[in-house]
Design a protein around this ligand. Sequence first.
Ligand SMILES: NC(=O)c1ccc[n+]([C@@H]2O[C@H](COP(=O)([O-])OP(=O)(O)OC[C@H]3O[C@@H](n4cnc5c(N)ncnc54)[C@H](O)[C@@H]3O)[C@@H](O)[C@H]2O)c1
Ligand SMILES: [Fe+2]
Length: 385
Amino acid sequence: MKEIKFEGRMVPRMVFGCGAVENIGHEINNLKGTRVLLVCDNILTQLGVTDRIKTLLDQSGVSTVVFDKTEPEPSVDTADAAARAGREGACDFVVGIGGGSAMDTAKAAGVLLTNPGPAKDYQGQNLITNPGVKTIMVPTTAGTGSEVTGVAVLINREKQLKLGINTSYVIPSLALLDPELTATLPPDVTASTGMDALTHAVESYISNSATPLSEIFSLKAVECIGRNLKKAVENGKDMEARSQMLFGSALAGLAILNGGVCASHAMSYPMSVFHGVPHGVGCGILLPRVVEHSRDAALKKAAILWETVSGEKTVAQDQAADRFIDFLYDLVVSTGLNNALKNYNISQADILSLSEKTMALAGVIANNPAPFSSEDAKAILEKVC
Ligand SMILES: NC(=O)c1ccc[n+]([C@@H]2O[C@H](COP(=O)([O-])OP(=O)(O)OC[C@H]3O[C@@H](n4cnc5c(N)ncnc54)[C@H](O)[C@@H]3O)[C@@H](O)[C@H]2O)c1
Ligand SMILES: [Fe+2]
């Protein structure tokens, strides 16, 4: 008998539905928050979302300090600045609204409010000693799944690395998921963030750290995202596709919380640090190559992934695995991402350096089902850059 054995991690509560964000004030009251640090970015302020949330909080008798200065691919300094704003406002609660960049900044601020010193001191595994203040995360991209994960990823320019504050203390108290908030995402961001979500779903499934629990999340996520990403890119107002994407990205978040990610992520991180490549662009373009590289080691799983996404049940394992890889390549093309990396002028010397930096993510590389060396990274990067 194959024994079932795993340890699972979960977000305490999720609320999902169109219009769900309208209840945010009530949710904060229930969680006993009185002074909220609202972390978001300037684009959400321009879209009127920041004011809308602030009004909802005012109506619930909750006071708000707004920090709307998060940048894409945020740094430890931004997290420190957000925490400073929260400390100055004596905040006892954090709301993060936005993509992974805003939510990760918010999650870091949540623990920095109760732990001394700067964010960089806590990058690594389980370095936070005190629980943070309670937090609600509201995603506006269907991408990172950060609203349910136990990591806040921040660029550390001193170390020239993108590193996680990995601790259960950054798992939000509530993930509040409202698909309507994703309707304003432009097609290119829908594509890149959606490919990040798909990368989470696929990499967590083939990961050496996958568990019987994470595999359930991975497969449902692959189904939701694989069948709806193209629709959401082509018609951003298709709310069914938007809902499926947001559900899928949250499930993929639960999948990586329990099963980890693989080599696409290890390669994508240094590309963001050194060349400003958005996380989803890097992951999405690299994903088909990493699955192709890992094909033989993950043959059975690649075949199951094809069955899940296509509904085809009668194809031989080899053929199904190949079809899944083709599907990933086609999706990169049909979502318009195929040539996106060519815009970053990444030279041969850069590729060498990126390949070496990839190996710094040793824990992530160890998850890859097939061995993965800096030579493998170099060969893949030469094809896509
Ligand atoms: N914590 C985790 O578990 C986890 C997992 C994967 C990635 N990440 C991190 O998340 C970051 C990337 O997050 P992301 O991919 O969500 O992108 P992002 O947060 O950087 O957002 C991308 C762009 O979309 C804009 N945007 C967001 N929502 C919008 C909306 N509804 N309408 C219009 N524009 C909108 C943002 O302002 C930004 O310019 C990276 O730093 C990555 O490393 C974290
Ligand atoms: Fe990711």
